[in-house]
Structures are given as C-alpha cells and as structure tokens.
Write a protein that binds this ligand. Sequence first.
Ligand code: HEM
Length: 520
Amino acid sequence: LFSVLFGRKWREGEPPLIKGWIPFVGKTLEFRKDSHQFLTKLQQQYGDVFTVLIAGKYMTFVMDPLLYPSVIKRGRQLDFHDFSDQAASVTFGYPAVRGGRFPGLSEQIQKLFRLLQGDSLDVLTFRMMGNLQVVLRRSLSIPEGAFPKDDWQVEDLYEPKDDWQAKDDWQAEDDWQAKDDWQAEDLYEFCYRVMFEATFLSIYGRPEQGAAHPGMNTLQENFRKFDSVFPLLIARVPIALLGQTKGIRQKLLSFFHPCRIGKWIDPCEFVQRRVHLFDQYDTLGDLDKAAHHFAILWASVGNTIPAAFWSLYHLLTHPEALAAVRQEIMGVVSQEEAESICTRDITLTREQLDRLIYLESALNESLRLSSASMNIRVVQEDFTLSLDAQRAVNLRKGDFIVLHPQSMHMDPDIYPQPRMYRFDRFVEAGREKTDFYKHSQKLHYYRMPFGSGSTQCPGRFFAVNELKQFICVVLLMFQLELPAGQEDARLDTSRAGLGILPPANHITLRYRPNSLQQPN
Ligand code: HEM
C-alpha cells in the first residue's frame, strides 16, 4: 500500500524507474495513447531495459529483441500462467484454475491444447473449409441443399432471373435467387460475420437442426459488446462499474450452458474433451464450465477477425500482391474447382495449404503490421536477470516483465521501411525467409504475433490455416473491390497490448459472384 500511495524507490542494480507523478496511474495515459511511440521514446532516453508504472503495476520492458531469449528461457522465475489465469478468470467469469480448488485442472487444460495441432488440426481445418463455404454462400443467397442436379453448368447460376424461373431442375427453387449484382458491405463487418460463424461451427459443431445456430446474430451482437469493454476488464476494472457488461456476459455464458452444448452435433475433439474434463470437477458449476467454453470462443475469434480484415484489405489495396496470391492459389486448385465453388465444396489439404508460400508471407506481413500484443511474465521471486555477457538487472517479486513485439515489428533495422506493406517480405528464393538481423546479429525471435516460447498461442497453426482458407475461398468465390475515394484503413490503437488491432475507420467492400467478372 505504501508503494502504491507514495511510489517505490529505485534500488541499486534495478532498471531505470519511470513512475510519473500520479500514484497508481503512473504513465498509463501516455502508454494507452500510443504504446509504440511512448516506449520508443523511453528506450532512447533510458536504454533497452526500464521499469514503468502502468495501471498500478511496475512493468519492466525489455526492448532489444536480441535480449528476448534471456526472458523467454527463464520460465521458472518468469511465469506467464500466473498472470493469464488471474486475468482470464476475472474477465470471463470463472474461478481461477490455479490455487488448489481444482487439482490438476490447469495442467489438463494445457495438455488438451495439443488437439489444436497435428492430426486433430487437419480435421479442424477440413471442417473450417466447409463452413467458410457454407457461410459465404449465404452472401450469394444460395441456401444449403439448393444445389442443382448433375447436369448443372456454372453459367446456370448467373442466367437472367426470368430464365431460371422457368427451370424446374433446382431444388428449393422458390426459396431463393442468386444475387447477380454488386453488393456493398463494410469490410470489417464482412470479415466479422464470416469468420465468427465459420469458426464457431468448426469448433462447437452444428445445431440440433438446420445449418445455422438459432441466436447466432444475437450471440455475435453480445460478443461485440463484451469485446468492446475487454481492454477494461483485462485492466481489472470491476465488471460492476461497466454498465450492462455483467448482464451481457451472463447472456453469453448461457449460450454455452452445458445443457445446450451437450445437444450440439459433432463439436471438434478439442471441445468434446474439454466438456469431459470439466465434468470431472464437481467444484465447477454449470456457468463456470460455460465461462471456460466462452473463453475459447474469444481466443479463437478475437484476433482472427481483425487478422482476416487486414489480410484481405492489404491484398485488395496492393494489386501486385493480389495478382501473385491469385496465381499461387490457381496453382493448387483446378480450374474446374475454382469455377464451381459457388455451388460445390472444394477442399484444401494440409499439403496444398503449405504450398501457398506467398499467401503465407502476405498474411504474416499483415500480422506484423497490425499486431500489438504484449508478452507478459510475472516475476516469481526477487532475482538477478542476466541479459547478456555484460548486462544484468535486479527484478522484484510480483513485477511484470514485458516484451513488446510491436516495437520489434516496426524496427527499421530489422524490417526496412517498416510501415510499408511488402507481401513477399517473408519469402526468399521461393522459400520462407527466416533470417532477420539486428545490429548485424541474427535474431532468434523476429515475428511474434502469437507470443513466444512455451506459452505461444496454441491455436496459431489453426489460425494461419483458417486465414489462408478465408482468403482462398473469398478470392475464388467473389469479385471484390474497394470503391475509390475512401481514406486508408487506420489501426485502432485503443486496444494496444491485446493482440491484432481492429481498423479505426469504415472501409466499404463491393463484391459479386466471381464468374460474373467480365473478360478483359
Ligand atoms: C493465447 C495470439 C488465434 C487459442 C494467445 C496469445 C497470443 C495469441 C499473443 C498469448 C501468448 C503469450 O503471451 O505467450 C493469437 C492470434 C491469433 C490467435 C494473433 C489469430 C490471428 C487463436 C485461435 C485459437 C487460439 C484460432 C483457438 C482455436 C488461444 C488460447 C490461448 C491463446 C487457448 C491461451 C493459451 C494459454 O492459456 O496457455 N493467442 N491467437 N488463438 N490463444 Fe491465440
């Protein structure tokens, strides 16, 4: 309490201390305004390692990426899960997992993350491909099950309406008509609704009846409201002070109530095993279990949606990138598959996805430009952290050690012209480029949108696959354009520290089914 009220005193051997004039608040406002700029200025003034008071916490930033390994490899003294367990339990509304009430649960939860990799990942990826096509076809107003019979030709879909009113070989013909002209939608909305629903279906499974979960729109609306106050919840602002948030979170949790989840058809193995795991703990109530499931929804779409936005936006605003990526996609799917995607599912195997090297580079470049996550570790005991052969700093128990990858992603020494989008930045001689340098020394860590070390995002392989699939399906299914005269998309920096930043402004997208494209 003394140190909160009066500020703590710097001790010999500790990093420079920057605590501002206002107790508790410290430098919070400057940090929130533009964390990258703020930290760069402090680095110029105080060197590569310094401690700043932010929102009541003393955070020691290690800015030089050549020093990152010294932090990432100290798992025992610099723990991630202490922080994430506390933050997640307060945010999503379940009792903290560590600390004795749920013996073994934390370890089991970690173990199940392996079901987001390997063979289980292939299954999840396959499901995502199907679901993306189901959801995107709705944008063409083609209901599921309305596929034409075998003698169908792709052109049939785009015949003038009068003509195909007369056809009697369509199923459910009266219920729908293909939208054969341009539609306009906010680009972020487009990415939001598609990635949200397709990911949901792939992870949690289908409803008992039909292809779309009843209440999906309301779920999305409530999710957005909750997500908009997410930065405050993570910063430990009590939920009672956040207006309707508690009620909204309650509604979200009730969507994942065990009675409901138990009825969904074919959830992925990861979710099935989590349901089973939670059932073994009598100390977990139904809403606690629901809160754990909801947390996975947030983890799986919270970053993927803005990532889908930036990936598509950058391609649509860089014709040379779009042309290269299109050509690469056409190298892995057949002409026939491409032409029939509006009505027939195509699949992309792991091997096909792996061959999309330029697309992967383009995605990674978009992530580099939009990612603003912080890697936080909690100091477990007072100790001296040795940084390199010459430098060491004393750390205090309970403080945070923070890596700020955005500063590395924007370092002109590592990435020349760092603000520029270069879709092929991560390709060299037809393969993934992995050597990046700082002060002429090769970096071990150079791209960190998914965190680092043993605590890296367990969903990262799925995330990259689904982003690749999203771009492939959207480019194959639609002709897309961003109408001229719009301002460039800007990053919404108010969510700095939490992952991929969403856009701050509206961007209009126009699209129509691809085969309506006029030959040049
Ligand atoms: C954790 C980023 C997609 C599941 C994290 C962390 C980051 C991250 C930065 C914290 C890691 C650390 O601090 O070391 C991203 C980004 C994504 C993405 C940028 C998309 C572009 C996904 C997906 C899933 C997922 C699709 C699940 C299907 C998780 C989980 C954790 C996590 C469960 C917590 C891990 C733990 O508690 O140990 N993610 N993620 N993420 N992510 Fe992701």
